[in-house]
Design a binder for this molecule. Structure first.
Ligand code: PEP
Ligand code: MN
Length: 338
């Protein structure tokens, strides 16, 4: 921390701040400038509350130097972490995998047909929700364990590893039994007990950004999973809430390169939840690859008009196939492949 005193701060006020720093078990280094005094705090102050120091008389502002997320920070590990889902789907390497599939698992025919079609189109993993977080309690909540079994059958039929959402800490073991990667959704992104339980599951975790989360909060949430002993975390920008109303969410693509500057973890993009409109998915997927995304997660349904959830933002397998052809060209232009 760097504590900047007000130009009017008295010697007693500076001494009070120095005492506070020492009470925290940290060292101080007072720098008296011509206009104001700065107290540099020496030591690991990540567990200390900077706001308390900011309230002290004579303090103007306090700045953190160390990121509050120790394990997720790029400083700890300059090379990108490669997270392997299933046997060979790697996020964070040269290759940019596409995870594709329906928003929800609806029935055996739907998930099997979709899994085969997305594999044919070039997807490297299958998505599909068995436990759905719904705004309305009367809306379709997913097939539960039956849906997980169908996903496992689709994996057996295609070889595609499965990414699926887990909603509660008590269901982590159940979902981990069938899934290759646990998805934690935007609404649960600060459910700290769930993050911790997913961290202990031994499975890779795809953590979506909260729809009202700063990147700093996002990386602190991520830290819960890492601190539980699991470094296999894939981050996912899926759009945030803004005043914009031409899309369901505002897909904040600058979060991708910015996260790469702050963390070693791979970052993927969800252009489906990110836009809410099938017509925008292909362009935003291409933009995601261009800005450095380490993967994409895209909702695909063989019959979007009759999808039980998120039909409006689901593309068809045919569109996915065309999309992947163009993604390969963009990936090639930045020395990656797709
Ligand atoms: C989903 O992937 O279908 C989903 C519900 O995602 P999010 O948590 O980003 O809304
Ligand atoms: Mn969805």
């Amino acid at each position: 921390m760097i504590i900047v005193m007000k130009p009017t701060a008295t010697k007693q006020q500076v001494q009070h701040v120095v005492n506070l720093v020492r009470e925290m078990g940290l060292k101080d280094h007072v720098i008296e400038g011509t206009d104001l005094t700065v107290v540099a705090v020496i030591g690991d102050d990540r567990k200390k509350d900077k706001d308390v120091v900011e309230q002290a008389p004579g303090v103007d502002r306090v700045m953190r130097v160390l990121a509050p997320y120790k394990l997720a920070a790029l400083e700890r590990k300059p090379e990108r972490t490669a997270v392997t889902v299933g046997r060979s789907c790697v996020f964070g390497g040269k290759n940019i995998p596409v995870v594709a599939g329906p928003c929800s698992v609806e029935n055996e025919k739907q998930i099997l047909t979709t899994a085969k079609a997305v594999k044919q189109a070039g997807a490297q993993a299958l998505r599909g929700g068995a436990f759905k977080p719904r705004t309305n309690p009367y809306a379709f909540q997913g097939l539960g364990e039956e849906g997980l079994k169908l996903l496992a059958a689709a994996r057996d039929a295609t070889g595609l590893p499965v990414v699926t959402e887990v909603l509660t800490p008590t269901e982590v073991d159940l979902v981990a039994k069938y899934a290759d990667c646990l998805q934690i959704g935007t609404r649960n992104s600060q459910n700290f007990k769930l993050l911790d339980a997913a961290g202990r599951s031994g499975k890779p975790v795809l953590l979506k950004r909260g729809m009202a989360m700063t990147l700093d909060e996002y990386l602190q949430a991520t830290e819960y999973i890492l601190a539980a002993g699991n470094e296999n975390v894939i981050l996912c920008e899926r759009g945030i809430r803004t005043f914009e109303d031409h899309t369901r969410n505002t897909l904040s693509l600058s979060a991708v390169p910015e996260l790469h500057l702050r963390t070693h973890l791979p970052v993927i993009v969800d252009p489906s939840q990110g836009t809410g409109h099938a017509r925008l998915v292909a362009d935003m997927s291409r933009a995601s690859v261009a800005c450095g995304a380490d993967g994409l997660i895209i909702e695909v349904h063989p019959d979007p008009e009759h999808a039980m959830t998120d039909g409006a933002q689901s593309i068809t397998p045919g569109s996915l196939s065309e999309l992947i052809v163009s993604l390969k060209k963009i990936a090639g232009a930045i020395d990656r492949d797709c």
